[in-house]
Write a new protein. Structure first.
Length: 158
């Protein structure tokens, strides 16, 4: 499930986000986590499906992120799996994002959670617009055409 990319080890990925949204920009944010949440994410117990970020009183919060319980912790030390988590961004980035969210109808969607090279858990946020059903069909059709072309090209080489 986890893989190493240019950012580090991927802990959770929101694959549905690229199907439902057209992203214009990406931001890297830190997450305020408890100890058992960090350990549970390293075990691969995170799920970004149906999560989103909002700006409230000049701060960004992540809603809907599910982090399962850490297996080696007792029941008294466990965290709430679906609590609202605060994201860490610079103030000028938050101001820029709030302007774009209110003016242009964009959404802030978490794309992936990963470990950076220093071992910190980071979240990649995508700023994008929701796709209409027609756009999704067009996108799928283009992918099918590309797949067929690659298949025909590889068959000619053999």
């Amino acid at each position: 499930m986890s893989r190493v990319n240019q950012m580090g080890k991927t802990l959770a990925k929101n694959r549905k986000a690229f199907h439902d949204y057209q992203f214009d920009e990406f931001y890297e944010a830190g997450i305020v986590l408890q100890g058992t949440e960090v350990k549970a994410l390293r075990e691969g117990r995170g799920n970004l499906k149906d999560s989103y970020a909002i700006i409230r009183e000049g701060e960004i919060y992540l809603i809907g992120l599910y982090i399962g319980h850490y297996s080696n912790a007792g029941s008294a030390r466990q965290h709430d799996p679906e609590r609202t988590r605060k994201l860490l961004l610079k103030k000028n980035q938050i101001k820029q994002l709030s302007g774009q969210l209110t003016r242009r109808g964009y959404s802030l969607i978490p794309v992936q959670i990963y470990l950076n090279r220093r071992g910190w858990i980071k979240l990649q946020l995508g700023l994008g617009r929701g796709l209409k059903k027609l756009d999704k069909r067009r996108k799928k059709k283009e992918a099918d055409v590309q797949r067929r072309l690659r298949k025909e090209f590889s068959a000619k080489i053999r």
